[in-house]
Design a protein. Structure first.
Length: 217
DNA sequence: GACCAGGCACATC
DNA sequence: GATGTGCATGGT
């Protein structure tokens, strides 16, 4: 079976096994963006606690997030871990939005997605996964999101070299699959789902719904 | 108590 | 350019 067929086959198998994942779990675009920053190397359960704290204080708008003191913001997002760093990251994004798009997400998202991606990467605290998550899940652009699970799963199935970088892994998907936002949305979410169950750092491969080449594990 | 989670920036070699 | 380290909470 070709690499292309396997990449497509993974999606079919995962969707059949798990069904639609309903990402991104957020009520607004702004909440989605906050979630992409808060979930960096952090379990979603802890992110939910942080988001709940922000909502309880009414910090659900660009204006409120612009005016809240950074140490207050940090305390509210404490449960998500790295809270001092993440408070700075959120402030950096809000500043970027205010200075370049008059604080309006709809203006930011009118930008060409390749150009916007580069600008987002210029914000301190926004790396490739966070930028692509914002583009895919908040802006609904057809960009494939790569994360640690994506790397682990493809690597263990010998579909990418061990030393692949972010862009190379992203290209595997984007070269093979149709540019379909909803497909990219589900596929990434399904990789996270199956990764949590079967492809942790110390692998638990039993019962994995993906057919498997004995490779490294 | 160890391990790990939907990363990223920065220092050092 | 590659490799290592700090950031931090909370569940399993």
């Amino acid at each position: 079976m070709s690499k292309s067929e396997r990449i497509k086959g993974f999606y079919t198998a995962l969707f059949r096994r798990y069904g639609p994942q309903g990402w991104w779990p957020a009520e607004t675009q702004l909440e989605c963006i906050l979630g992409t920053i808060l979930t960096q190397n952090t379990s979603w359960m802890n992110v939910e606690k942080a988001l709940k704290n922000l909502k309880s204080k009414g910090l659900t708008s660009i204006e409120k997030l612009s005016s809240v003191p950074i140490h207050i913001l940090g305390e509210l997002i404490r449960p998500s871990g790295y809270f001092n760093q993440k408070a700075i990251k959120i402030k950096n994004f809000i500043k970027f939005l205010n200075e370049n798009y008059d604080g309006r997400l709809e203006r930011m998202f009118k930008e060409d997605s390749n150009k916007l991606r580069e600008k987002l990467l210029g914000i301190k605290g926004i790396g490739p996964e966070t930028a692509d998550s914002i583009l895919l899940y908040a802006a609904k652009k057809s960009i494939f999101v790569v994360d640690a699970y994506t790397y682990r799963i493809l690597s263990r199935h010998a579909l990418i070299p061990e030393d692949s970088d972010y862009r190379e892994i992203q290209e595997v998907f984007m070269d093979i699959l149709p540019k379909d936002t909803q497909l990219f949305n589900e596929y990434h979410a399904l990789l996270v789902k199956v990764g949590k169950e079967h492809c942790r750092k110390k692998p638990i491969c039993e019962g994995c719904p993906l057919e498997y080449d004995p490779h490294t594990v």
